[in-house]
Design a protein. Structure first.
Length: 560
């Protein structure tokens, strides 16, 4: 038996149209329902597209759970929101309270008067067909424990495959394409950073879609902490795609009047293949006021040239060669501070080492600038070695649960940026070095995942991520010309959350050009090439031992 889905009320309909994409949302029985998200169309869509059947052993009436996917409206899959008040108000039934829309945007306020919650959802479709969505949940009642608040978007029946990315250190962003099967397919990250195995986004596509043709849909979450992507398909064949922040137990507890703002979501569509999808995202990012406008400087990073062997006279010879070769920036990497003669000690002691730089960094910095190049410096401000002056003085400044010290990774632990004293120390230490040596470029590394990441014994991945955002924003406020390169053991922190605070991503620690060609191509599925850091690797490559021609290594590096 086929029955039409009930129609919306007059005025409670948003039809966004921009950049060759149409997005149609209607309010059905109080629930916002996405009717269409694909290529632009003219006229009206046939009601037949929305008609559904009542099957045997099913609800007696057609249900329209909409984007909230609530059990109270008959949805049997994964819900948008999970939370409770000590076991109460665990089931919600939101209804639209306020609704506004124009050609390119909408704003909706949903309310559940029983659960005493409101949810504000807004979205804008830009001239490149990129839909940016935000959600903010507000608690109007007693203390509310939020477990999850995700974004969900319905998929067309022709989206029968998914594409995401897997990897490890020095081998990031390997594509994996699979048929969308019945059930839930989940890709999540629990490292406190995106990670090498992070997918950047989840893509759904037609079986025939290739780089140049075919339809594809994608979600990418603007977040640098724990995250989750999912595609769910029911037995009747309906599929949806989702993204959201992973919240650890107790990370979001809302008192009366408090709100949780979810990380923003980017939703993309293209009928011009995967290249069309990438092009739309690149255009959107390039249109930002914060996007680098000048040509990207040709950069020499000294890490693979010297590692921890800092010698000023040796470095000057390298700088001379760099200047003669047309380089525009020289970055001094790890090893310039404290007792940092290896990765065993000194991390966190952000004072110039008198052992290797007895007169400070001024001499080499001025030497580089006198050659017409910019001087950059490496930091890993979120981390600390147990063998450091900082840790010996403040062992309580690390992320931990009770007095339990987690396992080290590259011989280091993580400083707690939710601890104001620790945060101030990192900010002031970096600020002092930047001011003293007029540094306009830093490479910011992150070489340990967050496990047992507690602040005052409470889960703190979210607060740690927000602390990093706050730190970068303050550094840029104090140093107007500062550029930051995001590095995390290579390409383990490349995402659309941190992108407004950094000017370049280090794509991978693997400089083998053959490996890099694949890593760079799939990183560029979401990130414009000019933001992806590339180097001409050594011969043979330090990561693979492979020998490749200089022309191939140089050509590969030009795509970044």
């Amino acid at each position: 038996m086929s029955s039409p889905i009930p129609s919306s009320k007059p005025g409670q309909r948003a039809h966004l149209s921009n950049g060759g994409v149409d997005f149609l949302l209607e309010v059905i029985d109080g629930a916002p329902v996405i009717r269409y998200w694909a290529a632009s169309f003219k006229g009206e869509l046939s009601q037949n597209l929305f008609d559904r059947s009542i099957a045997n052993s099913d609800f007696d009436e057609i249900t329209s759970p909409g984007i909230m996917r609530e059990h109270s409206r008959g949805h049997l899959g994964y819900p948008t929101i999970k939370g409770h008040r000590a076991g109460l108000d665990w089931s919600t039934k939101f209804s639209v309270k306020e609704f506004k829309s124009d050609k390119n945007s909408f704003q909706i306020q949903l309310e559940d008067s029983d659960a005493k919650l409101t949810l504000d959802i807004s979205a804008t479709l830009d001239q490149f067909g990129v839909l940016k969505v935000s959600q903010e949940l507000t608690n109007l009642g007693d203390t509310y424990f939020l477990d999850e608040l995700n974004y969900w978007m319905p998929l067309s029946d022709c989206a029968t495959q998914s594409l995401d990315f897997v990897g490890r250190w020095s081998n990031e962003r390997n594509p994996q394409r699979r048929d969308i099967a019945i059930g839930r397919y989940v890709r999540d990250s629990h490292e406190g950073r995106p990670g090498h195995n992070y997918t950047i986004g989840m893509i759904a596509l037609e079986k025939e879609t290739n780089f140049a043709s075919g339809q594809s849909w994608a979600l990418s979450l603007a977040w640098s902490g724990d995250s989750q992507y999912c595609i769910e398909k029911n037995y009747e064949g309906s599929a949806s795609i989702s993204a959201g922040e992973v919240l650890l137990p107790g990370e979001v507890i809302l008192a009366t009047g408090e709100s949780y703002r979810a990380p923003d979501l980017y939703a993309l569509y293209s009928n011009s293949g995967l290249d069309g999808l990438a092009s739309n995202m690149h255009k959107h990012l390039r249109a930002r006021s914060l996007h680098p406008k000048s040509a990207r400087p040709m950069t020499l990073n000294l890490w693979e040239a010297i590692y921890f062997d800092h010698n000023e006279e040796k470095l000057k010879k390298i700088v001379d060669a760099a200047a003669e070769s047309g380089f525009e920036r020289v970055v001094l990497d790890d090893g310039w501070f404290g007792s940092r003669r290896s990765d065993l000690s000194g991390l966190g002691d952000w004072q110039v080492s008198k052992e290797v730089w007895p007169s400070g960094l001024g001499s080499i910095a001025n030497y580089i600038r006198d050659k017409g190049m910019e001087f950059g410096l490496w930091f890993e401000g979120e981390m600390v070695n147990p063998d450091s002056e900082l840790y010996r003085a403040h062992p309580d400044w690390i992320l931990k649960v009770n007095n339990r010290i987690g396992p080290t990774w590259r011989h280091q632990l993580v400083l707690n940026l939710d601890n104001q004293d620790a945060y101030n120390y990192v900010l002031d230490s970096v600020d002092k070095i930047l001011s003293q040596y007029q540094i306009t470029y830093i490479k910011w590394d992150h070489n340990r995942v967050l496990v047992d990441a507690g602040s005052n014994n409470r889960a703190a991945v979210r607060k740690q991520t927000q602390g990093l955002y706050r730190l970068f924003a303050e550094l840029k406020k104090r140093h107007k010309s500062l550029e930051i390169e995001s590095c995390a053991s290579g390409g383990a922190r490349i995402d659309l959350g941190i992108i407004d605070l950094v000017d370049r991503f280090w794509t991978s620690d693997n400089n083998d050009a053959l490996e890099r060609a694949r890593i760079q191509r799939w990183s560029a599925q979401f990130i414009p090439p000019e933001l992806l850091g590339t180097h001409i690797g050594a011969d043979p490559g330090h990561q693979t031992g492979r020998s490749l021609s200089f022309s191939f290594r140089a050509l590969t590096a030009l795509f970044g």
